[in-house]
Design a protein around this ligand. Sequence first.
Ligand code: IPE
Ligand code: IPE
Ligand code: MG
Length: 246
Amino acid sequence: MDLDGFDPNRMPRHVACVMDGNGRWATKRGLPRTEGHRAGEEALFDAAQGALELGVRYFTVYAFSTENWRRPAEEVRFLLEVIADRLLTRRRDELHALGVRIRFIGRRDWRVPRWVLRRMDEAAALTAANEALTLTVAFNYGGRAEIVDAVRSIVASGMPASKVDERAIARHLYDPSVPDPDLVIRTSGEFRISNFLIWELAYSELVFSEVLWPDFRREHLFEAVREYQARDRRFGSAAAHEGIPG
Ligand code: IPE
Ligand code: IPE
Ligand code: MG
């Protein structure tokens, strides 16, 4: 890949992505919505390869939200199949060969079929020692549910209230080993977060793309990273180029 135009010192360590627009992509083509989900799998694989090329260390994708159970049962079943059958079975070995470590965040509750949980565990176990890229699939994931679960686990641990601080909460999130996202991308021209990583993205740079997820390719990821590199991250401090007055 031509890495010209990228500042290697300002590569985002963690990129997270709301993969949105599958349904509209299909409807525009006169196809059932499920065809959009099927096509979205190729987009995810290409984007993951792009993340590897850039040297991004963590790539997190929103695959199924705690709210997506509200969809028709047939669409839900198809989504589970795309994730568990195609991504976690067919693509699993390709991702493994590329050195990708697959992980999951989300609730493992009664709504997730056992066979899906089994595929998730198998993919995670197979790829556990890989180091090139950590691909985290947010499945049955909700940002508020994650915070609720963190609070429950803190309370269950018996921690006194005075000891509960931001670090304690961060340590009880689903995967404390993953750093906060530097860059969050949402496709399909929607300008919202939809309950994705709401604790973790407090200081993330947000990039919104008009591209519908099934059309997303690594070039779109590169474009978003270019935009990210042109931003000035301040974390509440004075602008770097202004200096401190007085
Ligand atoms: C994203 O595409 C996939 C999931 C939310 C699981 P959508 O299915 O939301 O597609 P649109 O937003 O209806 O076009
Ligand atoms: C967010 O997309 C969830 C995923 C991409 C998995 P949605 O399509 O569910 O979000 P809303 O309904 O537009 O907010
Ligand atoms: Mg959507």
